[in-house]
Design a protein around this ligand. Structure first.
Ligand code: GDP
Length: 527
């Protein structure tokens, strides 16, 4: 097999989905621990950029219980290369999360044993279902008293409409937690506290081991045997094809903070999770096994490293491979772009990547020319589909406290808008700066970041804008007429595209009726 095919086959690219506080961050840390979070020999040059400073921005995240700096972590495990794409947790950032889910081949759902299925989990599972993404489940916080495991599986099946195939089963929980039983290997893994920072898992005994009773107690053993009988009778046996089709989820129990049950999950994950799949474009399906490089940008982040004031576009490689210094064709602009010094992400470090394969995510330095949804190829004019776009629904006018900082404000608003969660508009007839967002929290976040990252104090106040539409008109004369007559309600976005800013929905409707030759698009990607 060629290097390209073997490297592709060993990639496992996934994201963790969960309701805030279920334990996603803790589990991520433990997975990285098992992965050693060490760079891969040969594929990366160890030229480390500065570590991310823990800025005040992080403090805001903590305060609000949100995690915004979603990143990409690559680590080797067994003979696999695992790419873990972090998803932001807060509901307001869901559009960002949705885009991340377009770039993974499978997902891992974390559920709090006491809380069961929560509303964020439901929403995220809906997204997974749209793309038939295979999902594994980790029921966390077993060291605490929670709901009965059978109840929880029932809830997952009825609320999330996916069949459960338990792979491990808890032996007690809370203060009575003795371990987990692996249904496929017929092994009891004993829970021993104090191993939460080590890589080795626990003592393993067969279910019929004569010493098991003395280790976990007669009552716990009897309970386990009774439950297993019930589980084996009532639940689904693991079926690889059903899992890959997104119809069945293998379920694991454990405690992330105690590093218990995590390795069993990871071992099963690398053995059964799918390798990079094909991706749909507007014209054809691109297979990961194809020789020519292709990929799409699913995320842009400004100021990842406050010391570098940089902007990074995250691209998922779909086929072929990336090589340091290669030229790529940016389909939207029709231009050739040289990729130099693309980054790969290892836990908190960033490194210069020399080669990347399907399933990998590389970070491209962006100077405002790359947009979310951009496709890069070796020349073929294909466009990957399925990267969701979100129209802003809320609008505010930015008001500066210090009028001399206008330039910084404009720059900050434009750069932060590249991340895709907000849109920035400059009305033609006024000096206003208007920001559109999907959720109200975005305005607080932008105000905070403007201050922290650009040194600009600004407020966001109400403005009479109900909705925005990107304008396309092939008839030059009509377009000019439209511009002249409607100048009051026209603006340019950060990329300089023409946008109609409607003061009310009724106004938009009337304007659309009056100008039948003008197209009004709800998102800029379609303009
Ligand atoms: P996230 O919001 O999903 O990323 O959740 P975190 O990983 O930040 O965890 C939320 C809280 O739950 C933190 O206080 C963790 O220490 C705690 N936590 C995570 N895993 C466990 C666990 O296995 N047992 C217990 N008791 N607490 C846990």
């Amino acid at each position: 097999m060629s290097i390209h095919l073997t490297e592709t086959a060993r990639r496992r690219t996934f994201a963790i989905i969960s309701h805030p506080d279920a334990g996603k961050t803790t589990l991520t840390e433990k997975l990285l621990l098992f992965g050693g979070a060490i760079q891969m020999a040969g594929s990366v040059k160890s030229r480390k950029a500065a570590r991310h400073a823990t800025s005040d921005w992080m403090a805001l995240e903590k305060e609000r219980g949100i995690s915004v700096t979603s990143s990409v972590m690559q680590f080797p495990y067994e003979d696999r290369i695992v790419n873990l794409l972090d998803t932001p947790g807060h509901a307001d950032f869901s559009e960002d999360t949705y885009r991340v889910l377009t770039a993974v081949d499978s997902a891992l759902m974390v559920i709090d044993v006491a809380k069961g299925v929560e509303d964020r989990t439901i929403k995220l599972m809906e997204v997974c279902r749209m793309r038939d993404t295979p999902v594994m489940t980790f029921i966390n916080k077993l060291d605490r008293e929670g709901r009965s495991p059978i109840d929880l599986l029932d809830e997952v099946e009825s609320v999330l409409k996916i069949a459960c195939a338990p792979i491990t089963w808890p032996v007690g929980m809370g203060s009575r937690l003795k371990g987990v039983y692996h249904l496929l290997d017929d092994e009891v893994h004993l829970f021993e506290s104090g191993k939460n920072f080590t890589r080795q898992d626990s003592t393993i005994l067969k279910l019929d081991d004569p010493t098991l009773e003395s280790r976990i107690g007669a009552e716990a053993l009897r309970e386990l045997r009774d439950e297993l009988e019930l589980v084996r009778g009532a639940s689904h046996p693991f079926d690889h094809a059903e899992y890959l089709a997104g119809k069945q989820t293998p379920v694991f129990f454990g405690s992330a903070v105690n590093n218990f049950g995590v390795q069993l999950l990871l071992d099963f994950f690398v053995a059964h999770a799918p390798a990079p799949k094909g991706h749909a474009t507007q014209s054809r399906l691109v297979q990961a096994t194809e020789d020519k490089m292709s990929g799409f940008v699913f995320k842009i982040q400004a100021n990842m490293d406050p010391n570098h004031r940089d902007r990074v576009a995250f691209m998922r490689i779909c086929s072929g491979h990336y090589e340091q210094g290669m030229k790529a064709f940016q389909v939207r602009t029709g231009k050739d772009v040289k990729f130099s010094n693309a980054l790969t992400f290892m836990a908190s470090d960033r490194e210069i990547v020399e080669r990347a394969y399907p399933g990998d995510v590389i970070g491209l330095h962006n100077h405002g020319t790359i947009s979310i949804g951009d496709t890069f190829t070796e020349g073929e004019p294909i466009v990957f589909t399925g990267i969701p776009n979100f129209a802003p629904e809320l609008f505010r006018r930015a008001r500066l406290k210090d009028p001399l900082k206008m330039k910084q404000l404009t720059k900050g608003l434009a750069q932060l808008s590249e991340e895709g969660a907000t849109q920035f508009f400059k009305p033609i007839m006024s000096n206003d700066l208007i920001l559109g967002a999907v959720g109200t929290l975005q305005f607080d976040v932008v105000a905070y970041r403007l201050k922290d990252e650009y040194g600009v104090d600004c407020l966001f106040e109400n403005v009479q804008v109900a909705t925005a539409r990107w304008i396309v008109c092939t008839d030059e004369k009509k377009l000019q007429e439209f511009k002249d007559k409607q100048a009051m309600n026209l603006a340019h976005d950060a990329a300089g595209l023409l946008v109609y800013i409607a003061p009310t929905r009724v106004n938009l409707q009337l304007t659309q009726e009056r100008w039948p030759d003008v197209q009004f698009h709800a998102t800029r990607e379609h303009a």
